[in-house]
Design a protein around this ligand. Structure first.
Ligand code: GTR
Length: 328
């Protein structure tokens, strides 16, 4: 036997020994986040990743990609359901197209205020939404805030639904929001979040709707100088893990990951409250006219056909709608 084959034999044996001594491969998790650095959700997702990586002692190695770099929200929802992505922070708005029960959370004025939304989502009813998500491949581990959404545009202050006549508003990808804007007299254009800035700038749309932190961090406020407080949507967001990734965890690691998600939500909610005020101050300082809509009742009244149409198409969700309305 020559020297060379001897060396080869030794090194092959060494490789084999290392392979057998190696621990099981870590689960590599990739996560989606639509928001930029510094946004409350981004800070919370980074915290989630750090805690998961540390406390699973390398059995999970998670990484989160910010600013929507892994694609649009509707695509990311599909990818997470298919375990091409393992975790994400999703708004329930676009979720309704995939998990119909969550459309209840996107009904305009379903929640009277943030406290009402918290009470519902943190209680028994919230569990029903988690169950509906689980049936579609997503494990909702905790709920984030996203404030309340109001209309903004490049043209004028809106004080009554008639002001929206003929104006084009971007909405999230969900036919419920198209009905909402139509019922107010405007024209709705479903569009990915990442495209809204350019569409506002070039006049493809006149306006959109969102909470203060997103209106500010997306820079939409640089072009849309009128923000009219309608507070028409209060939509919770989940920290969701794909069912497949979840099921691959040991019971002990499931607990670690669940706790990390709960801790992340606590951080997000705390930062959220402060960021809402900061963002409002920033957009106002930059010259945005913010008007409090005096007669929100007129906007709410215009939603009657949206509810009627929704309940006619989803009679099985009537009980859930009523249970939320009865929660106080
Ligand atoms: C934000 C929300 C995002 C996304 C965005 C949008 O408030 O946090 O997940 O839904 O609105 O309007 O698309």
């Amino acid at each position: 036997m020559n020297m060379l084959s001897n060396i080869r034999r030794v090194s092959l044996a060494a490789v084999a020994a290392t392979a057998f001594a190696m621990p099981a491969l870590a689960d590599n998790w990739r996560g989606w986040n639509i928001h930029p650095e510094g946004y409350p959700n981004t800070v919370a997702m980074d915290q989630f990743v750090a805690e998961v990586n540390e406390k699973t002692e390398g059995r999970v190695t998670a990484e989160v990609f910010h600013s929507g770099t892994l694609g649009s929200q509707p695509d990311a929802i599909e990818q997470t359901r298919n375990n091409a992505l393992q975790f994400a922070n999703f708004n329930m708005g676009p979720m309704g197209e995939i998990v119909p029960a969550t459309n209840v959370l996107s009904l305009p004025f379903i929640f009277t205020d943030i406290d009402h939304m918290h009470k519902v989502m943190d209680g028994e009813i919230g569990q029903q939404f988690s169950d509906a998500l689980a049936a579609e491949g997503l494990v909702a581990l905790s709920w984030f805030d996203s404030g309340s959404r109001s209309f903004y545009n490049t043209k004028k202050a809106i004080t009554q639904p008639a002001d929206m006549d003929g104006m084009k508003f971007r909405v999230m990808n969900n036919s419920l929001f198209v009905d909402m804007v139509d019922s107010l007299g405007g024209n709705a254009t479903p569009m990915a979040y990442s495209e809204v800035f350019q569409a506002l700038k070039t006049g493809v749309i006149d306006g959109a709707e969102n909470n203060y932190p997103s209106f500010e961090s997306s820079n939409h406020y640089e072009v849309a100088k009128f923000y009219s407080i309608t507070d028409h949507l209060i939509i919770p967001e989940c920290l969701c893990v794909s069912t497949e990734a979840w099921e691959a965890l040991s019971d002990a690691d499931k607990e670690v990951v669940r706790q990390a998600a709960i801790n992340a939500a606590a951080t997000q909610r705390e930062l959220w409250a402060a960021r809402e005020l900061e963002s409002r101050a920033k957009v106002e300082a930059s010259g945005v006219t913010v008007n409090e809509v005096q007669d929100k009742g007129a906007f709410q009244a215009a939603m009657a056909p949206v509810y009627e149409g929704f309940l006619a198409n989803n009679p099985d969700l009537k009980g859930l709608v009523e249970a939320i309305q009865a929660t106080n």
